[in-house]
Design a protein around this ligand. Structure first.
Ligand code: SF4
Length: 116
């Protein structure tokens, strides 16, 4: 079975064809560089995503946040439930990269401040 993907690693957006034998990746074609092959294999065996969103602080400020590493795609909705329940106490400024939730859902990823 073949699976068609668009590589999202860089703006070139190469069209990838992944040959699968069940859940095993047999080959990847269409990639211009090695990163596309790595992406295709990950996407077909253990897809992951960085979550980028916002939370509302206790004083009503909207704070951009993100995971500091990709989390399994299948856990994104559950992670969002946790993130939506966060209400950090911010009476001033949070510095970029400040952790506001550690090891979300035991993924090893932290939720960090991504902007001001
Ligand atoms: S295969 Fe390489 S060049 Fe093509 S989109 Fe992916 S990262 Fe970019």
């Amino acid at each position: 079975m073949n699976r068609e993907l668009t590589c999202i690693v860089c703006p070139m957006g190469c069209r990838l064809t992944v040959e699968l034998d069940g859940k095993e990746v047999v080959s990847v074609s269409g990639n211009t560089c090695k990163r596309g092959e790595v992406y295709a294999k990950s996407e077909c065996t253990n897809p992951v995503r960085v979550i980028t969103t916002t939370v509302r602080t206790k004083n009503g400020k909207i704070l951009p946040v993100k995971t500091d590493k990709p989390v399994p795609k299948e856990l994104m909705a559950d992670c969002m439930k946790v993130i939506n329940g966060l209400c950090p106490d911010c009476n001033g400024e949070f510095s970029m990269g400040k952790i506001i939730c550690e090891n979300i859902l035991d993924t090893g990823a932290n939720i960090v401040v991504a902007g001001k």
